[in-house]
Design a protein around this ligand. Sequence first.
Ligand code: TXA
Ligand code: MG
Length: 324
Amino acid sequence: MTTPDSELAAAAAHLRAGRLVAFPTETVYGLGADATNPAAVAAIYAAKGRPDFNPLIVHVPDLAAAGAIARLDGRAERLAAAFWPGALTMVLPLREDAGIAPRVTAGLDTIALRIPAHPLARALLAAAGRPLAGPSANPSGRVSPTTAAHVRDGLGDKVAMILDGGACPVGLESTIVGLAGEPARLLRPGGVPAEAIEALIGRLERPAGGVAVSAPGMLESHYAPTAPVRLDATAPLADRPESLLAFGPAVPAGFARVLSLSPSGDLEEAARNLFAHLRRLDEDGAAAIAVMPIPGHGLGAAINDRLRRAAAPRPRTIQNQVQP
Ligand code: TXA
Ligand code: MG
């Protein structure tokens, strides 16, 4: 999919004027704003209905831009060399003179940085000439968008523009690694498998009490479709019709409807399809969604993390939207 230069120029002008532009990345679509503009950053929180204790990821074009905003130690440099541009976010000590609006970091002295790989994200960063704050472009608590149409459905009336780059090739948010202290910590499993990171910098600590404590955004219920979700399903329930999210070649019979994340059992394909399939089952009016077991290695860790959150008890605001 090609985007004309005029569209990119318009998007960059919106960003420099403090408006919101949704843009594709290789992970999910981001809701972009100039990270140096306090009013633009405030508009992100308002558009998403995001609690303001939950800090934002900042997208930068290159290592020089990252180094101007945060302090990168040896571990960060090694990870940057291996995984940037790409689906890795690092939480690093913030430089006080970086010029980042305080609400980006929710007042913390650390900042989450990522260099995205998607060509449209890179073109937008170059055209805007600003670091771009960019949470996933969905209303807070809902499933992340992996197409421009998903963004339009959730936030269409709240953005100046949506850049359409087609479906996101990874389909899950970035892996977040905390490097502001010792030891390095896995704050969110995501598009880069933790095993690949550990091969370079050693064992990542999994924060006790779950990631919720250290990545404020990792609230238990998140990535929630409207229908209730049942995990590790191997057979239909007798008493309620469910739609099945299948994985692998052996699909149990007796479900009202079946969508497969990957008929061949490929975890990358499953990651790419996860959010879009959850949405589709929801839109098609599933009374409930059952999900087959998915292996926990590689991208499976992030897939299972998102599914656990989709299945977690809902806060009231989301519960109220559940169809009777
Ligand atoms: O793939 C991605 O990471 C996408 C694309 C658009 O880049 N972005 C994304 O952003 O998923 P968001 O806002 O939905 O998730 C950012 C996560 C939140 O859980 C937040 O709490 C955490 O990053 N975070 C941000 N700054 C942090 C910090 N200083 N310390 C700890 N966690 C932080
Ligand atoms: Mg998000």
